[in-house]
Every structure is written in structure tokens, then in C-alpha cells.
Design a protein around this ligand. Structure first.
Ligand SMILES: NC(=O)c1ccc[n+]([C@@H]2O[C@H](COP(=O)([O-])OP(=O)(O)OC[C@H]3O[C@@H](n4cnc5c(N)ncnc54)[C@H](O)[C@@H]3O)[C@@H](O)[C@H]2O)c1
Length: 383
């Protein structure tokens, strides 16, 4: 049964996985797609069996479309969100939600006054890996959380993305590109953040595209590409994060949560591979146990596995947040991957970028509700 008819704007690299998953999810139907290039939109529609390809303006005025799926580049996110809401449609966007906070506030207010929903990627926190971590935390395995560390060392995207320019322009950079995955997961796991500090640098003034038809072309770099931050949660937990496009190799890629009675570790949550961040093992080690326990651990003897803490969506399930939004529309509740949480994460990231300019901590004024865990049997759980 279709809950939401969706129009896709932005037919680039990330759109394939959304189109594939949305076709498989019962509840969503992508009925049209549009982009800046009608040829690209037609090709994408033909490839995925979408009935219509058109210009963005035609899609926005189509009365049969309930929701816009906004997969444009970061600099276009806010305009497309605003136009979707002004056209009476819900909107679900890729990250980052916005590149300036005024846009974010305006979009949330527009949605509120029109009775429409705003959802935003990343929805990786709804994947099996992060849901398993949440179950471990909620069950008290490591006791009260005290700290969190995330290390995300990469060497950028120019080796695999054919048009990587936007990653190095205003609205790009590793913090706005990779930060949302980790910060959204942290807010889901540990609650809202109250203050932040940061340091950042730009290592290379220009970079070479190393794949595709533009191989060898140089791109100017406008943004900081190696970013460190410290932050404090409402709960008193303190955290640190490194996100970089300047690191060739590292043994640190991991996210760890420290508690009074143990540690949870998510090894190598590689953001370059969406499947890897929805899926993959979770380790924990407690005061009482002298070795790491891994969940899920398919190679382990059955008696070592505790089925109730494993979880679904252990695959590249991008779009699961949009499916949740479809049920949210039906049931009159907020979506889990909400615009309010995305705004909070954007304010945190903007604070991390501003802190080195002013040489001080930046207080975060927004708060958001922490989303409920995704039921193990979603979407059947929604009835
Ligand atoms: N590529 C990835 O691996 C990846 C992974 C996760 C998230 N994302 C996010 O997804 C978004 C899109 O990334 P991508 O890699 O698919 O980009 P892309 O450059 O491959 O595609 C962008 C698409 O948006 C369209 N577009 C741009 N400006 C527009 C406008 N003003 N109006 C209408 N259409 C417009 C372009 O025509 C193109 O179809 C970004 O926010 C990015 O951060 C990308």
C-alpha cells in the first residue's frame, strides 16, 4: 500500500541506492524525478522504472506528489526544501540539512506553520549497527556513559566521486560531509549537545580529480579539510571527534563510547561505504569481562550470540528514514530522522567551525527530542 508518493530532485551519484531501496520498501512510490539536467533525469527514470522525468518546477507543482526527496548538492538543499514546503509537500533531504542556520530555522518554521514534515539524512542511525549500540546502552551493559570518541580519517572523495567539487566548496568539507553521520548517531545514543570547541586547517589549497571523465582536473579548496572538536552533552558526557579529508592511512577509524562499567567500540565505521555504517560488528568489553564481545557475531557458537540485541537493516538501507517519515505522516508523529535533529547537528557543526575563529567554546542553543529506537520488526510494527 502506498503511503507517500515521492518526487525525487537530484539524480546524481547517491540517487541510485535511494531509487533501488524505495522501490523495494512497501509504502513509498517514486513517481517522478528531476535535476538540473533533463537528460540525466530521463536516464535515471528509465534505469529505475520511474514513470516521469521532468524539470524541478513541474515536479514541485505536481498535485499527485506528497513529498520531495531532495538529493541535490548541499548548496541547493535549503532552496529545494523551501520550495517543496511552499508547494504543500513534505520534504526529506540528504545531509547536511542546511549550510547556514537561518535557512534551517526558516524551513522548520515553514513546515510547522503549514503542518508538513521535514526529514533529513543521515538515516544510518536507524541501521542495525547503531540500533544494537542503543540496545546495549539502554540495557546498561557499560553502565552510565561518560565519554565518546570518533575518528574519521579519510583522504577525501576525489578518487571515487566523478564531480567532487562541492565537497571542497562552502557547505562541503569533512565536518559537514562526514560529521552528520557521527553526530546524529551520538545524539541518538547520548542525547543533545550543549557546547563545542574546535580546531581546523586546510592542508591542500587545490586537489586533483582522480577518476572519471575529469581525471587530472584541479579543484580549488575553499574549506578546512582536517577538523578536530571537543563537545559536551546535556547529560555531562564529554566527547571528541576528528574528521579529515587529509589523512592517507590510519589505524584509528572507530567510534567508542566509554561508560562507568565498560566500553562499546564500533570499529572502522567507514563513511565511504554506506553498507558498512548501517551494518558491521559492535564490540563491547566490561569491567567483568576481560575480552571483547562482538555482536552480531555470526561465526561464533550459537550459545555466545544473544539474538535479542541483534537488529535488522544491516545493509545499505538509505531511505529507511524516508519510509519512517511516511508512517509519521500517516500517524501524525514526528519522523525519527527529523529536521529538528538535523538542525541541532548543523548548529553543533557550525559551532565547531566558529570556535577556532573566536578562540572559545560555542554554546549550542537548540535541543531536539531523541528519537525512539526503531522497532526490530519495522515497518510491520507500525500496523
Ligand atoms: N555520493 C555519495 O556517496 C553520497 C553519500 C551520502 C550522501 N551524499 C549526499 O547526497 C547529496 C548529493 O550527492 P551526490 O553525490 O549524489 O551529488 P551529484 O553531484 O552526483 O548529484 C547532484 C544532483 O543534484 C542536482 N542538482 C544540483 N543542484 C540542483 C538544483 N538547484 N536544482 C535541482 N537539481 C539540482 C544535479 O543536477 C544532480 O542531479 C549531497 O548532499 C551529498 O552530501 C552523497
Amino acid at each position: 500500500m502506498t503511503l507517500l508518493k515521492v518526487g525525487l530532485i537530484g539524480c546524481g551519484r547517491i540517487s541510485d541506492i535511494y531509487l533501488k531501496n524505495c522501490a523495494a520498501f512497501d509504502g513509498l512510490e517514486i513517481t517522478a524525478c528531476a535535476s538540473l539536467d533533463i537528460g540525466e533525469s530521463r536516464a535515471k527514470a528509465a534505469q529505475h522504472g520511474v514513470p516521469k522525468a521532468c524539470e524541478p518546477a513541474e515536479l514541485l507543482s505536481d498535485p499527485d506528489i506528497d513529498c520531495v526527496l531532495n538529493l541535490t548538492i548541499p548548496a541547493a538543499h535549503a532552496d529545494i526544501c523551501r520550495m517543496a514546503l511552499q508547494s504543500g509537500k513534505h520534504v526529506y533531504s540528504e545531509k547536511p540539512f542546511v549550510t547556514n542556520l537561518n535557512d534551517g530555522r526558516e524551513i522548520l518554521e515553514l513546515a510547522r506553520t503549514r503542518g508538513l514534515l521535514v526529514g533529513n539524512a543521515p538515516d544510518t542511525f536507524l541501521g542495525g549497527r547503531w540500533q544494537t549500540v542503543r540496545k546495549l546502552l539502554d540495557s546498561g551493559v557499560i553502565g552510565a556513559p561518560t565519554g565518546v570518541s570518533a575518528f574519521v580519517p579519510t583522504h577525501g572523495v576525489e578518487r571515487h566521486h566523478p564531480n567532487p567539487d562541492f565537497y571542497y566548496q562552502e557547505g562541503g568539507g569533512p565536518l559537514l560531509d562526514l560529521g552528520p553521520y557521527y553526530l546524529t548517531a551520538m545524539v541518538f545514543l547520548l542525547g543533545p549537545i550543549t557546547r563545542v570547541a574546535g580546531m581546523a586547517r586546510k592542508t591542500f589549497p587545490e586537489r586533483m580529480i582522480e577518476n572519471g571523465p575529469r581525471h587530472g582536473a584541479m579543484m580549488p579548496v575553499e574549506v578546512d579539510t582536517h577538523c578536530l572538536s571537543m563537545f559536551e552533552f546535556d547529560s555531562g558526557v564529554i566527547g571528541q571527534m576528528m574528521v579529515s579529508f587529509d589523512v592517507w592511512e590510519s589505524e584509528t577509524p572507530r567510534l567508542e563510547i566509554y561508560g562507568e562499567d565498560g566500553t562499546i567500540c564500533i570499529p572502522d565505521p567507514d563513511p565511504g561505504d554506506g553498507a558498512n555504517i548501517f551494518a558491521g560488528p559492535v564490540w563491547y568489553r566490561t569491567r567483568a569481562e576481560s575480552r571483547w564481545t562482538m555482536r552480531p557475531r555470526p561465526e561464533a557458537p550459537a550459545e555466545w550470540c544473544v539474538a535479542e540485541i541483534d537488529h535488522g537493516y544491516n545493509w545499505d538501507a538509505r531511505g529507511i528514514g524516508l519510509l519512517d517519515l511516511a508512517y509519521a505522516v500517516r500517524d501524525g508523529r514526528p519522523p525519527r530522522a527529523s529536521g529538528a535533529m538535523a538542525y541541532h547537528v548543523c548548529e553543533i557543526m557550525q559551532g565547531m567551525l566558529r570556535s577556532p575563529e573566536i578562540g572559545a567554546f560555542v554554546n549550542i542553543s537548540s535541543r531536539c527530542d531523541v528519537p525512539d529506537p526503531l522497532p526490530q520488526n519495522f515497518p510491520e510494527s507500525e500496523g
